[in-house]
Design a protein around this ligand. Structure first.
Ligand code: TYM
Length: 332
């Protein structure tokens, strides 16, 4: 059976982008048709300025949301990255496989690094090496498929390059994974700034639908989404990004096609209204289940404990093999 791995970073409250780009498919498809592991990748949340208590809170919240979204601990493995030492342990070997040039070319590093410098903040070294840790997350489990949104494409490409390079130099240890993307909504855009990705750590909440937003808040955010001044509704990602984003969100909610949906609407008002209702209905069960699970943190903790135990058992022998072939003396 193929192996799937994916993760979410607890740097903010999870968004509609996380759900449509990744989490929804994990629940609807991946956990059923593969041996799937899903991780709250908390070490990645330390690459930018962080508040320790908030990271802890967001990690538990992310785990609770994943379960509320339908991840079933009987069907898949849900765990917290820092509970499994092998990620950090493998990361060092991959730092010895990657080059600094490769790291500096990563778009997310360039963007986030530039933003931090502009704000007069220092840039943590881990922001530069982050993609290597992400490669370790994936490679430690002999992963075949990585279901992600398209902002992760470059990171998964790097992971493939590192796997191939390591295997060629030292012998075959790693499976070379491939990314998979949703058919629509692989990149949900910010409702206020539709040329930027809807990101959980963005400053303004007005353009971001959070998965736990109240229905009224979701409606308000979508009704106020920025569109262009066109009179008709057309699906044109380049020319009319705000409208295209709404059409993609609606299409994702209804398993439809954004271009076909454009033909159905005469006005942005009607499109926004239907999109808002579709999103509210899509997220309703998740919100309800989250409320139940949040009342029982012991259950979530137990899922995470068992998940980490299983993940450790899978990763340990593989990372041991990597340590051996690269030339490190095995423990006698
Ligand atoms: P993160 O936490 O930013 O996002 C989690 C998942 O949600 C997807 N996503 C989106 N999809 C569509 N539209 C959006 N606006 C949107 N925003 C986020 C992301 O593509 C991702 O699939 N580096 C990763 C976390 C990670 C990881 C891994 C993922 C660490 N190790 C190993 C896969 C495998 C990240 O920052 O995701």
């Amino acid at each position: 059976m193929k192996r799937t791995f994916s993760g979410v970073k607890p740097t903010g409250h999870l968004t509609l982008g996380n759900y449509l780009g990744a989490v929804r498919r994990w629940a609807e498809v991946d956990q059923h048709d593969s041996d799937a592991l899903f991780s709250i990748v908390d070490l990645h949340a330390l690459t930018v300025e962080h508040d320790p208590a908030r990271v802890r809170r967001l990690s538990r919240q992310a785990a609770t949301i994943l379960l509320a979204a339908g991840l079933d601990p009987e069907q898949c493995t849900v765990f917290v990255q820092s509970h499994v030492d092998e990620h950090a342990r493998l990361s060092y070997l991959l730092e010895c496989t990657a080059t600094d040039g490769e790291m500096r070319r990563m778009i997310q590093y360039k963007e986030k690094g530039a933003r931090a410098r502009a704000a007069g903040e220092s840039v943590r070294l881990s922001l530069l090496t982050y993609p290597v840790l992400m490669a370790s997350d994936i490679l430690a489990y002999a992963t075949d498929e990585v279901p992600v949104g398209d902002d992760q494409a470059q990171h998964v490409e790097l992971t493939r390059d590192l796997a191939v390079r390591f295997n060629q130099r030292y012998g075959h240890v790693f499976t070379v994974p491939k990314a998979t993307y949703p058919q629509v909504a692989a990149r949900v855009m910010d409702l206020q700034e539709p040329t930027s990705k809807m990101g959980k750590s963005n400053d303004s909440g007005a353009g971001i639908v959070y998965l736990l937003d109240e229905p009224e808040v979701i409606r308000r955010k979508i009704m106020r989404a920025v569109t262009d001044s066109g009179q008709d509704v057309e699906y044109d990602r380049e020319g009319r990004p705000g409208a295209a984003n709404l059409l993609e969100i609606l299409a994702a909610c209804e398993d439809g096609n954004p271009a076909a949906l454009a033909g159905v609407y005469q006005s942005y008002g009607a499109l926004k209204k239907d999109t808002a209702e579709a999103v509210v209905e899509l997220l309703r069960p998740l919100r309800e289940r989250h409320a139940q699970l949040a009342a029982d943190p012991g259950f979530v903790d137990e899922v995470l404990r068992a998940g980490a135990a299983r993940a450790r058992g899978l990763a340990r022998p593989l990372v041991d093999r990597a340590y051996a072939v690269i030339g490190l003396l095995p423990v006698g």
